[in-house]
Design a protein around this ligand. Structure first.
Ligand SMILES: NC(=O)c1ccc[n+]([C@@H]2O[C@H](COP(=O)([O-])OP(=O)(O)OC[C@H]3O[C@@H](n4cnc5c(N)ncnc54)[C@H](O)[C@@H]3O)[C@@H](O)[C@H]2O)c1
Length: 389
């Protein structure tokens, strides 16, 4: 008995010591790998371009981050998740788990101190600034929110870039900065006369960027997107706006909600515009094409130069045409209700995308509206609660 006990004790304490050693090694390894990981983001590395993607948990930003990761960029996403989805970030993290590929930082760009700290701790080579509130209708109801979130936050990002010597900026702008021009299609020299706070806030942000660029050798690309639709053709990401934003939502979201029966039908606002069928005309650009334009813009950005480009298909489609394409893509005979105009909307907007073709050899490849909607519908159907399942 004594013998067994006296043998058992050292054996047990040996096991405890071994377990403790293994635990310490694991903790050290974890600590080491997370420090290594952080170190990879904090240093410039030859041959690796580190891109800060603001708003990377959102619809367009997440698709852009996916493409950048696919093309071996190092990506840091900064998002306050006010409108984006952590689920989208998780998809990206699962696809690119290797150290030094992707990090997510939860932060608000309105907090200059925090933004400055992020720039101090990370070695960015370029910034793609997507983060913004982005609903025309909402902007007419909450203008101050839009000027703050879009214009003032862009200022914060620019100041941080200047303070930390980050020299390349790709800025997400919009056709809403043109307002309602007399002449179609819209070229980059069409005068900008925005008619709603969203467009005005973006135009002010553009002006700030352009003025600032005159004082240094920053490489700037301003991309003015038209109406973005579609989703990742491989079905990994989609568009999943917050349910509470439904009333301000974009037409594709409303169309899918109607097809799924979440809302009783589609509300088409305005049938008395001066267009062929009385409904608004828009230029719908697929997110895959838009992301291509960003990657090209990054490659073509030149020190001391500002490039301004329309990103659209060059073809206008009426809301009625869109609804028909949506019915075909979803296979659902969506109920349509015709209502009066929405404040801040304009009749007809479509791009002349010849400059971006000439200078960057970019043109839209996804020009079949129904096909873009079919791809997006596949994701919507398999993600009834967005990224929550
Ligand atoms: N979707 C379109 O049709 C369209 C058209 C033209 C331009 N744009 C521009 O493209 C950009 C992306 O739009 P989207 O459709 O992906 O919108 P989105 O709402 O899906 O994504 C925007 C992201 O920015 C984040 N964000 C907002 N404010 C923030 C803040 N203060 N700090 C940190 N993160 C913040 C949100 O949480 C969200 O993840 C915006 O700048 C928008 O103005 C979009």
């Amino acid at each position: 008995m004594d013998l067994t006990d006296s043998r058992g004790k050292p054996h047990l304490s040996g096991k405890v010591i071994a377990a403790a050693v293994i635990l310490v090694i694991c903790i050290l390894a974890l600590f080491q790998s997370s420090t290594n990981n952080a170190a990879m983001f904090s240093r410039h590395e030859l041959g690796v371009t580190h891109v800060l993607v603001t708003g990377g948990a959102g619809y367009i930003g997440s698709h852009a981050a996916l493409r950048l990761l696919k093309y071996s960029y190092r990506v840091t996403i900064v998002d306050n998740l006010s409108r984006g989805n952590l689920g989208a970030v998780k998809v990206l993290q699962k696809l690119y788990p290797e150290p030094g590929r992707l990090q997510f930082i939860y932060a608000d760009l309105g907090d200059a101190k925090v933004v400055n700290k992020i720039f101090a701790e990370n070695a960015f080579d370029a910034v793609m600034h997507f983060a913004a509130v982005a609903y025309v209708g909402e902007s007419t109801l909450e203008p101050l929110r839009y000027y703050h979130n879009i214009t003032s936050n862009t200022l914060v990002v620019l100041e941080a870039m200047a303070a930390h010597n980050v020299k390349t900026l790709i800025y997400s702008s919009t056709c809403a900065t043109y307002g309602e021009p007399d002449k179609m299609p819209i070229t980059e020299v069409t005068p900008q006369a925005p008619i709603n706070p969203y467009g005005k806030a973006k135009k002010m942000a553009e002006d700030i960027i352009i003025d600032f660029s005159k004082t240094n050798d920053m490489a700037v690309m301003i991309l003015r997107y038209f109406n973005v639709i579609g989703s990742d053709p491989d079905g990994r990401l989609g568009e999943a706006p917050r349910p509470e934003l439904r009333e301000h939502g974009r037409i594709s979201g409303a169309c899918f909600d109607a097809a799924r029966g979440i809302i009783p039908g589609l509300k088409v606002r305005g049938t008395d515009y001066k267009t062929a069928d009385g409904t608004c005309i828009r230029d719908y650009i697929d997110v895959t094409d838009l992301v291509d334009a960003h990657v090209k813009a990054l490659a073509h950005a030149k020190r001391g130069k500002v490039g301004i480009y329309n990103v659209g298909t060059g073809k206008g489609r009426s809301v009625k045409e869109f609804v028909e394409a949506c019915k075909k893509a979803t296979g659902v005979d969506i109920k349509v209700e015709f209502l009066s105009r929405r404040p801040g909307d304009y009749a007809e907007v479509y791009s002349d995308p010849s400059k971006i073709y000439r200078e960057m050899n970019w043109s839209a490849q996804f020009t079949d509206l129904e096909e873009s909607l079919r791809i997006a519908w596949r994701w919507q159907k398999s993600h009834k609660n967005g990224y929550n399942g």
